[in-house]
Design a protein around this ligand. Sequence first.
Ligand code: ADP
Length: 501
Amino acid sequence: MNIAIRRPTLGPDATAFLAKEHKILIDGKWVAAQSGQTFAVEDPATQEVIGHVPAGDKADIDLAVKAARRAFESGPWARMTPRDRSRLVWKLGDLLEQHADELAELEALDNGKPVTNARKDDVQGSIDMFHYMAGWSTRLNGETITVSKSDGNWHAYTLREPVGVVGQIIPWNFPLMMAAWKLAPALAAGCTIVLKPAEQTPLSALRFGELIVEAGFPAGVVNIVTGFGETAGAALSEHPDVDKVAFTGSTEVGKLIVKAAAGNLKRVSLELGGKSPAIVFPDADLDVAIAGTADAIFYNQGQCCTAGSRLFAHKSIYDKVVEGVAAEAKKVRIGHGLDPKVNLGPLVSKEQHDRVTGFLESGRKEGAEVVTGGKVHGNQGYFVEPTVLAKTNRDMRVVRNEIFGPVVCVQAYDDDDLDAVAKFANDTEYGLQASIWTRNLKVAHLLARKIKAGTICINTHNFGDPAWPFGGYKQSGWGREMGKEVMEHYTEVKSVAAKLV
Ligand code: ADP
C-alpha cells in the first residue's frame, strides 16, 4: 500500500523548541558535549530528521556526576528544608501542566505515539507524579526503636536520609513519564540526579530540563545528558561516585547495569521487560474484556513493558474473543501521531520495526494463524498493522519473547482449576503484570494471589497511579516504583543508638 504520511503542523511553542540548538544540562548550564559530537533525532512516522542533540559520553557524564555530587554535599539543596523541597517538586508539576500541550506534541513527534494519548496519559501522568511525590518530602520519618539492653538507659532511633547522587537511565516508550517516575521521588527525597534519556527520544527530556531550571532547582541538582546507551549509559552505570542507579529498559540491558554497578556496589533498581498474560474467564463481561484486552496490546503500539501480549481465553469463548479482538484491531486508525484522530502511530525506530516484523515472520513459520494484520503498513515510517495471532502455543518464539509491538498471541485453555490457570499464566521468565477478566470476585482475588507478577489488574490492564507501587517479579526487575515503596530506593536508613549517661 502506498500511503503518504504528512506531519501535521505543530503548535508555536513546540515549533520554537525544535528550532533551538539543543544542549545538555550540566550544573545548571546548557552546554555542548565535550566531544562536540551530536546525533540526529528522527520522526518515526515520516523518517524526517527533526533535530540534533549532543552525543554525551563518559566525559560529560563525569562532569554531570561531579556537579551532582557538589549539589548534594553543599549549597542550597543540601540545606533546603523538606517544605521548600516539596514546594519545588509541586511547582515543577504545575509547570508541566502549563506546558502540557507543547510537551504532548513533542512526545508524539519524537516517539510516534498518538498525541491525544500523550496528553492524557504521558503528560498528565507526569504532572500527577510530581504533585503526588511533593507530599513525600515532608513525610520521610525515621522511628524510635525499643531496644532490650539492660546496662543503663538507651535512646535508639532511625533517620531516613537521601541516598545521594542517582543515575537514572530511561527508555523511549514513555520518555517524559519515565523521566517523571524517576525524577519526582528522587527530588522529593533530596537526592541529586544525572538523567540519561533514550537516544531514540531525547527531546521531551530536554524541554523538561528547561522547566526544571525555570522552577528554580539549584544548579547541579538535575543534570541531563543525552547520548547512547553503550557510551553515556554505560559510563553512568559504572561511575564510582554514583550512589544508586535506577533503570527502566530491556532485561538484557538490565543485566549489564547490574554488572556495571558491582564496581562500587551502588544500589540498583530495575524495571524491565514483560510478557503479561490477560486471562478471560467465560463469565466475563465480554464487551469489556474484548475492548480491554485489545487496548492492553495495541495501546502505545504495543510498546509497553506491561502489554497484554499473551491472551488466554477459555475454550467456550475463545472464538468470540479472537473475533472480537480482531474486530477491534480493524477499527484502529493508523497514522501520524500528531493527528488527533489517530490511535495507532508508528513504532519508534527502524530497529524496533525490524524486530517486530521478524517476530511476525517467525510466528507464521511456527504455525500461528494470522487472524488480522501481520504486515507492515505503508512504505514510509515504521508502521506495523495491529496483529492477532491465534492458535499459538507456549513453545513458539512469539509466545516466549517480548515482541514490544502491537502483536497479541491468543491461546485457548479448557481448565477450570485456578492452579492450572495460574500455571500457564506463570509460564514465563517475566512477572510484571497480569490481567484477569471475570465477574467472579472470588476467582479474581484468588487468582491474583497465585500469579507471580508485581501488578495484577482485574477487568482492566496497563493500570497506573502514582500511589500504586509498580514493578516486577522474576526477570521483570528489582524494586518498586511509585507509592510509598519507591522512597526505599531513594533513601538510606541510618540507625542511631545513644547511651543516656
Ligand atoms: P530497547 O532495547 O528497548 O531500546 P534498552 O534497554 O536498550 O531498550 O534501552 C533503555 C535505556 O538503556 C536507553 O536509555 C539506552 O540508551 C540505555 N542503554 C542501552 N545500553 C546500555 C548499556 N550498556 N549501559 C547503560 N545503559 C544502556
